[in-house]
Write a protein that binds this ligand. Structure first.
Ligand code: SAH
Length: 340
């Protein structure tokens, strides 16, 4: 059966029209699911009994069970959810001064093979559907009894490798009749799938694009991220510049600093060469060590030098606060972990 949460509002209207229902019913169902957050069709009391029966016969409502929840000393929470087919996924809830931000997974496993990321250690199994992505937000809101203000697609998976479902999930999250999370509060992070960056530029969605850059020349980037062999830095930078020209939106570049690898001033200089004059922001991440990983964190001194160099050259760079590393919830530490 189909999951009713896999439909954005437009699709749901069409779907209901196919079974002879008026389109305003779709809006009612949307409100029940994303504003009243009910878990069954029986609770949708302004729908006729007949329609509720019809819905029950044709659709399921995906509601996750929390298999495990870990809480960090900094307040970050990591959830392990059962996605109802025997697979599990992780989501992370972080507290910021501006509100609560959830880091969602977009795939079960990941194909990208980045050498420094724990999600690489797990085989790719399948894409998550739009409803399975959105349900992470609903399940965490329900657990914490608090509203989530920001969603970042930075959990397990490459969001642009699951393009259609991710876009649909964003539409559900963003719809005022859905979860009503402003597009500016939704970020999509990609390892650099160039053709999909162009697709995203033309979607007319105001979400923020983050690019996992991590190195400023092809030799170093290819050693860290195999995707660079497919779309090199020149192609990626061209796509980013075109994205900015089309959307007039700032891009956020992520750069994880690893000791004696990509953290010296030569690297910073090359980075300035790439980014000079672009409408962008650089997020420096002290790289998180993963099991069997060969990269280690740069020293604080080097991280600060790197940031100051970029700022001196007119490129806005900030150091990302490390959250949740004591529960393996920090960047790159997510994997479909054992349940013990
Ligand atoms: N596949 C997407 C989104 C998932 S990763 C992407 O590549 O962007 C979210 C961010 O965490 C990415 O910038 C990723 O490169 C970064 N990351 C992965 N492993 C990391 C690690 N060990 N330390 C710090 N950041 C890491």
């Amino acid at each position: 059966m189909k999951n009713i949460k896999d439909y954005d509002l437009q699709d749901l209207k069409e779907e209901l029209a196919n079974i002879g229902e008026k389109s305003y019913r779709a809006e009612q169902i949307f409100k029940w699911l994303y504003q009243d957050k009910v878990k069954s069709f029986d609770e949708m009391t302004n729908l006729s009994l007949d329609l509720r029966e019809k819905l029950k016969e044709n659709y399921t409502i995906c509601n996750y069970n929390i298999l495990k929840k870990l809480e960090s000393s900094d307040g970050t929470k990591k959830y392990l959810f059962d996605v109802l087919d025997g697979n599990v996924i992780e989501s992370v809830l972080m507290e910021y001064h501006y509100g609560k931000s959830i880091c969602v997974s977009s795939q079960i496993g990941c194909k990208m093979g980045c050498k420094f990321c724990a999600s690489t250690g797990i085989p790719f199994i399948r894409n998550l559907s739009a409803g399975e992505i959105v349900e992470q937000v609903l399940a965490v809101e329900q657990d914490t009894c608090e509203q989530i203000s920001n969603v970042v697609f930075m959990g397990i998976g490459e969001p642009l490798d699951n393009y259609d479902n991710v876009i649909k999930a964003i539409r559900i999250l963003n719809n005022p009749k859905g979860l009503n999370i402003g597009a500016r509060h939704i970020s999509v992070s990609t390892s650099g799938l160039v053709p999909r960056i162009y697709d995203l530029a033309n979607e007319n969605i105001q979400c923020t694009l983050s690019i996992s850059l991590h190195a400023s020349n092809d030799q170093k980037r290819s050693a860290m991220m195999p995707v660079n062999n497919r779309y090199n830095i020149a192609e990626l930078m061209k796509a980013c510049k075109d994205y900015i020209a089309i959307t007039n939106k700032r891009i956020s570049f992520e750069y994880a600093l690893a000791k004696d690898n990509n953290d010296n001033l030569e690297d910073a200089k090359e980075l300035v060469g790439l980014l000079k004059g672009m409408l962008c922001h650089v997020n420096l991440i002290p790289i998180n060590k993963i099991e069997n990983g060969k990269f280690t964190k740069s020293t604080n001194e080097n991280i600060i030098k790197f940031r100051d160099y970029l700022n001196d050259k007119g490129i806005v760079a900030t150091i990302r606060r490390e959250l949740g590393s004591d529960i393996d919830a920090a960047c790159g530490q997510l994997r479909r972990k054992n349940l013990n």
